[in-house]
Structures are given as structure tokens and as C-alpha cells.
Design a protein. Structure first.
Length: 428
């Protein structure tokens, strides 16, 4: 049996059915799971009605597969759910570039989430802080009573941190309950524990607790991804210099950094959504982490090494799970996890971090060379052709003419389509 590889040249050129067949063989999907991929409404209304309130339908997104990913020496086909054209193609191309340098190395820390307990109305906030720390063992015991299964799996509340902060309404004592949530995203477990320990914290301090909730700044649940891309694979040392200078711009200008990080999140969010995880929590954590020193910074760093090759690193919080929530309820999320073949939430986070780094590389390389629009507009032209009413072979024909003319607009797509339908020639 041939060894599995995600290096699939010309994957995007293959017919849809052939792409599905390749994914089926790679991930050992069943016929039923393949049917879920092909079904327009993979999420039935009955399941949707269980997931959220006031359901009236479902809202599908395109699901693509990014190829070429070699992460920690293992090949992955990466499902990405996203509506923006060129993202999946860009990730696949960047993964091929990273592969030339041995792939991407990605390491996640343990799955530690933070539950915050907000204590107010204490006359001696620093004294209250000490009393909370003195009773740490009892607080952890109360927290762990709430989830004996998590504790049995090796997780649970592990430690406390306590801070005194000063607000316009007086001092607050903020207890951070550090919980190892293992393979879950962890919000339910952490919130339950935070609520359980709040009365005891009030008892030992004499204060009043208000908020008892998870923090989405998951700075103890980080992913660090790293790659070395040979200069020859990129097109020469001048391209390397352009990428480094593009990063340097983001490093000193928050206006550029915001778009720089958006490029990272194009990849990150697409995988988070495909696997049924909370992309809003990941977004909140990423952007707050980018601003943790008081200035908004890029989540990645790009440098040139002594050989002139490009070196990229990314560090960001990624709080995702493979158990609980939509990851288990949504049938297509389960199929996407199977395609990835990840065994733990930690491994999933490592894959997502690697995709974010690759996506960032693709955007910076485009900016440093032909510009971001060239590749993007090729796919955008097809979208405009469809919007104009083109079907079948006419979609590619209309798009091809727009690209050739250098005029990619909805109105021009309509004009071309009408001429083609009437059999009129298109002026060169």
C-alpha cells in the first residue's frame, strides 16, 4: 500500500468527483461520510434546532481541502470552510513552499484555560489576595468536584493566580482558575468551576463576587509554528527581502498589522469552522494576544537567515477541542476531523497554527511580488461570472475574457455574457 501523502500536484485541476475520491482514500471515509460531503444540507434541520435557538434553516459555506501540508513530519489534508476565494489555493501553495524546507514544525502547550472570578467590595484587596492564595488547595478541591471525569482523564483545576487591579469603581481582586481541559475547548467546564468556587471566595474574603467566566485570552494555551523556506523555492533572495520588509511594516504600524493578522486568521478560522470549533473565541484570543503589550503587533515574525533563506515563526493562542459542542453534534465537523486524522485537541491546534503560518506566507509573498490581487482576482472573476448568470462552460469563458481584458467587474461580466449568448464576437 502506497504511503499517504498530501503532496498532490494539480489537485485543483481535477474534477470534483476525483477530488472527493482522493480525500476518501486518504482519510478512509465511508460511503455515508462521502455523501455528507456531497450533500448540500449536511446539517439537517432537526440537528440544527438542537444546536441553537429560533432555527429557520442552515447556512452552508464552501468546504475546500488544502493540500501539500507536512506538519511535524506528518502529511495532512486540511479541510477549510470559507467563502473567500483564493484562500485555500494560497494555503496549498504556501504549504508546498514550506515543504521544500522540510515542512512546518508546530508545537502546542498544554490545554490550560483560565476562569476569572471577579471579587469586589473588599477593604483590603491585597490581604484578600493572600487569603485566597492561602486557601488554594480548598478552592481547587471545590473546582475539581464539579468534573470528576475530567480529573480522571488527567485534567481539572491545577493552579491559581490572583491579581489586584484598580478600576474607576475601586479595586478588584481577580482570581484566575487554571484548568487543564484536555481535548475540549473547555468553556463549559471552566465556567462551571468558576461559579462553584465563587461563594467560597466570598466567604474567606468578605467581598462580593460578580463575574465568574472563562477568559478568551488563552495565553497559557499557545501554539508556536516555525518554518524555513529556501530562497530558491520563493524565487530568490529579493523575494525573501520583500517578505521580511512587509513583516517589518506590520511590526511598527497597527494599521498594517491588522491586515497582516487577518491574513493569518483566514487560514486559522477556516479550519476552526470546518471542525465545529468556536472561531469567535479564537479570534478574540488572537487579537487580544497581539495587543498584550499595549500596542497591536503581528502574530508572526519573518526573518532572513545567514543562508538567505526565509524563516517564519508564529505564536498565538488557539483554544479548540475535538470533544463536546458542535465538534460532536455537527456531522460534517466529525467528517472534517476524520479527514485531518488528529487524535487530540493539542494536535488539532498544532495543525491550525501551521495553517495560519502558511496562509500568512502566501499573503506576504503575493504582496512582495505580483501584488495580492492577481491570484485573488482570477477566482473572483469566476464568482462575478456566476453572479452575472453564467452557467456551465460559460463561467470559465466569461472569467477568462475579463482577466484577459484586465477588467474584472460585475457589469463587464454581464456585458460579456450577453454577447456570448447572442453569438457576438468579443473585441480583442
Amino acid at each position: 500500500m502506497a504511503e499517504k501523502t498530501s503532496r498532490i500536484p494539480g489537485f485543483y485541476k481535477l474534477p470534483l468527483e476525483e477530488r472527493i475520491r482522493i480525500v476518501k482514500e486518504f482519510a478512509n471515509l465511508t460511503d455515508e461520510e462521502v455523501e455528507l460531503l456531497k450533500r448540500v444540507g449536511a446539517l439537517d434541520l432537526r440537528t440544527a434546532d438542537i444546536m441553537i435557538e429560533n432555527v429557520v434553516g442552515t447556512f452552508p459555506l464552501p468546504l475546500g481541502i488544502a493540500v501539500n501540508f507536512l506538519i511535524n513530519g506528518k502529511d495532512y489534508l486540511v479541510p477549510m470552510a470559507i467563502e473567500e476565494s483564493s484562500v485555500v489555493a494560497a494555503a496549498s501553495h504556501a504549504a508546498k513552499l514550506c515543504r521544500a524546507g522540510g515542512g512546518i514544525r508546530s508545537v502546542a502547550t498544554e490545554s490550560i484555560m483560565i476562569g476569572q472570578i471577579q471579587l469586589t467590595r473588599v477593604a483590603d484587596p491585597y490581604g484578600a489576595k493572600m487569603r485566597i492564595l492561602e486557601h488554594k488547595d480548598e478552592i481547587l478541591r471545590i473546582a475539581n468536584e464539579q468534573d470528576p471525569i475530567l480529573v480522571k482523564l488527567g485534567g481539572g483545576a491545577k493552579d491559581l493566580e490572583v491579581r489586584v487591579i484598580h478600576s474607576r469603581y475601586g479595586p478588584m481582586v481577580i482570581t484566575h482558575l487554571l484548568v487543564d481541559v484536555k481535548d475540549a475547548m473547555g468553556a463549559n467546564a471552566v465556567n462551571t468551576m468558576a461559579e462553584a468556587v465563587a461563594p467560597y471566595i466570598e466567604e474567606i474574603t468578605g467581598g462580593k463576587v460578580y463575574l465568574r467566566i472563562i477568559s478568551n485570552l488563552a495565553d497559557k494555551r499557545l501554539v508556536r509554528a516555525h518554518c524555513v523556506v529556501p530562497k530558491d523555492a520563493l524565487g530568490g533572495e529579493e523575494v525573501v527581502d520583500g517578505i521580511v520588509l512587509a513583516w517589518a511594516f506590520a511590526d511598527v504600524d497597527p494599521y498594517r498589522a491588522a491586515t497582516h493578522n487577518k491574513g493569518i486568521m483566514n487560514g486559522v478560522d477556516a479550519v476552526v469552522i470546518a471542525t465545529g470549533n468556536d472561531w469567535r473565541a479564537v479570534e478574540a484570543g488572537a487579537h487580544s494576544y497581539a495587543a498584550r503589550w499595549g500596542v497591536y503587533k503581528p502574530l508572526s515574525v519573518w526573518e532572513k537567515n545567514e543562508n538567505g533563506d526565509l524563516v517564519g515563526t508564529l505564536e498565538m493562542p488557539i483554544q479548540v477541542g475535538i470533544v463536546g459542542g458542535a465538534t460532536k453534534v455537527h456531522p460534517l465537523a466529525r467528517v472534517c476531523l476524520k479527514i485531518l486524522g488528529v487524535k487530540t485537541a493539542k494536535e488539532l491546534a498544532e495543525v491550525i497554527g501551521a495553517v495560519g503560518l502558511a496562509q500568512n506566507l502566501a499573503a506576504l509573498r503575493a504582496l512582495a511580488t505580483e501584488g495580492i490581487q492577481k491570484g485573488h482576482m482570477k477566482l473572483h472573476a469566476r464568482n462575478l461570472a456566476v453572479m452575472a448568470g453564467a452557467t456551465g462552460n460559460l463561467i470559465d469563458k466569461v472569467a477568462e475574457i475579463m482577466i484577459k481584458k484586465g477588467k474584472i467587474t460585475f457589469h463587464f461580466a454581464q456585458e460579456i455574457l450577453e454577447k456570448l449568448k447572442r453569438g457576438e464576437p468579443i473585441e480583442e
